[in-house]
Design a protein around this ligand. Structure first.
Ligand code: HEC
Length: 97
């Protein structure tokens, strides 16, 4: 019984610390696992980036105010993200080594 309780207490902590947000599966296709291994040289790494910068970048893509380079790709990607998604994804990537 004690073991089961210990396990039950451990699972949520593990989930918060290590589980990526559901929508990360899409980002992974281009930015790689944990945002650390982009598919191409022109795709940025996201791991360890400041959370505030990630939030403001995603909101700028979504608003269409960040343009140039390959921004069009991210404008399309960010359209389906809510503020809560953006916050969760930014928290996740900023905490990756
Ligand atoms: C189809 C490929 C593709 C997918 C899928 C994708 N990205 Fe991107 N991402 C890019 C490219 C290309 C850029 C560079 C855009 C530019 O030049 O501004 C970029 C840039 C970014 C940046 C800005 C990084 C910086 O250093 O300024 C963030 C943040 C980002 N992506 C987050 C995400 C998140 C979160 C997701 C998942 C919801 C995602 N991306 C999905 C291709 C992709």
């Amino acid at each position: 019984m004690k073991r089961v309780l210990a396990l039950l207490m451990f699972i949520p902590m593990f989930a918060i610390a290590a589980e990526p947000p559901t929508k990360e599966i899409v980002c992974r296709a281009c930015h790689g696992a944990a945002g650390a291994a982009p598919l191409m040289d022109l795709y940025p790494k996201l791991n360890g980036q400041n959370k505030g910068y990630l939030v403001s970048s995603l909101k700028a893509y979504k608003a269409g105010s960040r343009q140039g380079g390959m921004a069009g790709v991210m404008t399309a990607q960010s359209m389906s993200l809510s503020d809560a998604d953006i916050d969760a994804l930014a928290s996740y990537y900023s905490s990756q080594p």
